[in-house]
Design a protein around this ligand. Structure first.
Ligand SMILES: NC(=O)c1ccc[n+]([C@@H]2O[C@H](COP(=O)([O-])OP(=O)(O)OC[C@H]3O[C@@H](n4cnc5c(N)ncnc54)[C@H](O)[C@@H]3O)[C@@H](O)[C@H]2O)c1
Ligand SMILES: Cc1cc2nc3c(=O)[nH]c(=O)nc-3n(C[C@H](O)[C@H](O)[C@H](O)COP(=O)(O)O)c2cc1C
Ligand code: SF4
Length: 505
């Protein structure tokens, strides 16, 4: 009998460790042939079972259990717990990147391999770098960190760049509001990220990798470090990847704890032990990155998606999706929703379907007023835009941003004027201070929103001008994108900006 107990940090917070320990003690006391498997998360948080029992004739889902129920679960009497909810949502997902999450023991390499793991790396070892790059290009994979830059083209640049050393840097800083896909895959399927980074290394000729992992994720840090240790002793990392003549190793570096540390050049400075200030581009990190060497900087999900592309072939991956947005994307739904969590699906689902069908509308039962997609730098979208299909170009056309695919939902009690002020305030607090439009602009932005909200209509054109200056003059997207939430709130919800709303319309 296999008993699955969720091990991700959310489940641990509600007692998963105690439940697993009680089950293990009961199994030992009875001398049973049963195994407790500490899985990652299977997806939508509200449906995530803490305990699932596979009795062979079909896997049965259970809800959260207490340690006291361990005996009843083993007796089979735990049916009284009942399935938490209809698992219809699981069937509606297309799980490629997250296929193993919640199914395997995250730190059991044999279990990983038994579920398709390492097939991509084995194929890559038999290919040359250019062939791997071509495969990733053909898949249509684009950077899942937010900018959507084609991963294969970035790898081509690093592949072609001269350099005595090259690096693979995984961006696991995951600073966007309402996002947790990076954490879930690192906690639930860490070998998948290691495999993706090893394939990237083979593709571009890198020998050393780093995972820049935010300090707020202690469980992910512990799981990744242990997985790297296991991978090294199994010969996946080290002087000879899978017995080949190619070397690659990696380590985890804990993030310095600022939103801007996720910006790739600031991240590289932090990794080099310097203050995390943004560097001007060019030069691109692909040409002069870590310690001045050609460097692939990719998001966790971009890298963790590479193994399935190599395993199943680029064409199969590219068959999913919409327009130039190929494959699947793990969408993270949070904020005021009845059901929140991660939902992996092919590009193309509409925003409205995600909010209403998948997330079940608001938790408060009130109408949805606004949705922010793409983190704190994403525009606010209103009900009129819920027909927008999830795709990079489609969101861009609607003035929005997919970003890292986090959706934060607000009901009709939200004060969008306050949210616009918050966007400026966030930028002022998180600014690295290198360029004036962001460092000074965000501080003046807070004051200007306050003036508008106090009824000073003359401050509206001032805010518009300030936003234009920040958009055009900022060195990075922190200052450059903050105008999107601010101006979208002002344009779409002028009634929340005090008595001067007519002037804003
Ligand atoms: N995941 C998160 O938590 C988070 C947080 C904040 C912002 N973001 C996202 O970050 C995005 C902005 O990121 P950015 O400033 O790095 O975007 P960018 O457009 O400057 O670059 C995107 C990536 O493509 C690379 N690139 C660009 N041109 C290239 C070329 N010719 N050859 C090789 N590589 C090339 C860049 O080095 C970078 O890795 C925003 O869209 C936002 O959604 C994500
Ligand atoms: C202020 C700021 C913060 C960012 N934070 C992250 C982050 O936490 N994680 C991430 O993957 N990308 C982040 N990015 C985007 C990175 O700069 C970069 O585009 C990304 O890591 C490239 O990987 P990808 O091509 O796989 O998406 C951020 C960008 C900006 C401007
Ligand atoms: S826009 Fe802000 S965060 Fe980016 S470089 Fe300028 S001051 Fe730093």
């Amino acid at each position: 009998m296999r008993i699955y107990v969720s091990r991700d940090s959310a489940a641990r917070a509600v007692g998963a460790d105690a439940v697993a320990a009680a089950l293990e003690a009961e199994i030992a006391a009875r001398g049973l042939d049963a195994r407790v498997i500490r899985t990652g998360s299977r997806g939508m948080v509200w449906l995530e079972p803490l305990v699932e029992v596979d009795r062979g004739a079909g896997r049965m889902a259970y809800g959260t259990a207490t340690p006291d129920q361990a005996a009843a679960i083993l007796d089979g009497a735990a049916d009284s717990l009942g399935p938490t909810e209809d698992l219809d949502w699981m069937r509606r997902q297309t799980r490629l990147t997250f296929a193993r999450c919640g199914v395997i023991d995250p730190l059991d390499l044999a279990d990983y391999e038994a579920h398709g793991g390492l097939a991509g790396l084995r194929r890559a070892v038999a290919m040359n770098g250019q062939e791997i790059v071509n495969e990733v290009k053909t898949s249509g994979l684009r950077g899942r960190g937010g900018a959507g830059f084609p991963t294969g083209i970035k790898w081509q640049t690093v592949h072609d760049a001269p350099g005595d050393r090259k690096y693979i840097v995984c961006n696991a800083d995951e600073g966007d509001s309402g996002t947790f896909a990076d954490r879930m895959i690192m906690e639930g399927d860490p070998f998948c990220l290691i495999e993706g980074m090893a394939i990237a290394a083979l593709a571009v000729g890198a020998t050393q990798g780093y995972i820049y992992l935010r300090s707020e994720y202690p469980d992910a840090i512990a799981v990744m470090e242990e997985a790297i240790r296991l991978a090294r002793s199994a010969g996946l990392l080290g002087p000879s990847i899978l017995g080949s003549a190619r070397a690659f190793d990696m380590e985890v570096r804990v993030g310095a704890g600022a939103y801007v540390c996720g910006e790739e050049t600031s991240l590289l400075n932090s990794l080099e032990g310097k203050r995390a200030v943004v560097r001007a581009k060019p030069p691109l990190p692909a040409l002069e990155g870590l310690f001045g060497r050609p460097t692939v900087v990719n998001n966790v999900i971009s890298l963790a998606t590479v193994p399935v592309i190599l395993e199943k072939g680029a064409a199969q991956y590219a068959a999913f999706g919409l327009g130039r947005s190929r494959g699947t994307i793990p969408i993270q739904i949070a904020g005021n929703v009845a059901r929140g969590g991660l939902f992996e699906t092919a590009f193309g689902t509409t925003l409205g379907a995600l909010i209403h069908d998948i997330a079940g509308g608001t938790a408060t039962g009130r109408p949805v007023k606004a949705v922010q997609v793409g983190g704190p730098l994403g525009a606010y979208m209103s009900a009129g835009e819920f027909g927008t299909p999830f795709g990079y170009e489609e969101f861009d056309g609607a003035g929005g941003l997919i970003g890292h695919a986090g959706i934060v939902v607000f009901d009709d009690t939200a004060d969008m004027g306050a949210m616009a002020r918050f966007a400026m305030e966030f930028c002022a607090v998180e600014s690295c201070g290198k360029c004036t439009p962001c460092r000074i602009g965000a501080v003046r932005g807070v004051e200007t929103v306050d003036r508008i909200r106090r009824g000073d209509a003359s401050a509206i054109p001032l805010l518009t001008d300030l936003c234009e200056t920040m958009k055009d003059g900022s060195l990075c997207a922190l200052g450059g994108f903050t105008p999107y939430p601010v101006m979208s709130a002002l344009r779409k919800f002028p009634e929340d900006f005090g008595p001067v709303r007519e002037a804003a319309e």
